[in-house]
Design a protein around this ligand. Sequence first.
Ligand code: HEC
Length: 165
Amino acid sequence: MNSRLSVPLTVSTAAAIALGALSGLAQKKGSSPFPTGYRHWTHVKTMAIYGNQHPLFNHFGGLHNVYVNDAGLTSLKEGRAYPDGTVFVFDLFDIQSAQGAIETRGRKLVAVMEKNSKLNASTGGWAWEVFQGDEQKGSLQNAKPCVDCHASQKRVDYVFSTYTP
Ligand code: HEC
């Protein structure tokens, strides 16, 4: 479906490290606040990761929607670097299948990237954050696994998603 997802073999390693990152407790300096109102932003794409043969299954299994705020929309359409103030949201839900339908259950997490190139020079210019379930307090302790995996998209400013008109 998407060749960008058959990213390097290092992906499983990165995903394994991400477990530690996702289960952290303290909020880190340079992290992003909860993206209030994101469900009314531009919906970028949807993807279901439902099989454990997928490298992201352990941590991002389920159905996710990606959103971008107005600040980042033009850059997304043009595939170029994002201005400070851009926020992307990865909104992940658990899924269950019943009688031929796949439906969402509870929210698993909300992952956020917020561009502020000066504050976050060491993490690709982005602040990285994770909100577990319906929590509005960030829990990410270490952004390195996020940055390392997203670095395969450096050419398009660390963003995997592309624009679908
Ligand atoms: C092992 C690789 C990997 C790791 C680790 C990873 N991501 Fe991602 N991330 C992806 C992929 C692949 C997508 C695109 C999903 C899609 O196409 O729907 C993505 C999408 C996103 C998006 C939507 C914008 C975009 O790039 O498309 C956000 C926000 C995001 N991730 C945040 C995070 C945060 C925060 C972390 C660390 C806690 C993280 N990611 C860790 C692979 C990864």
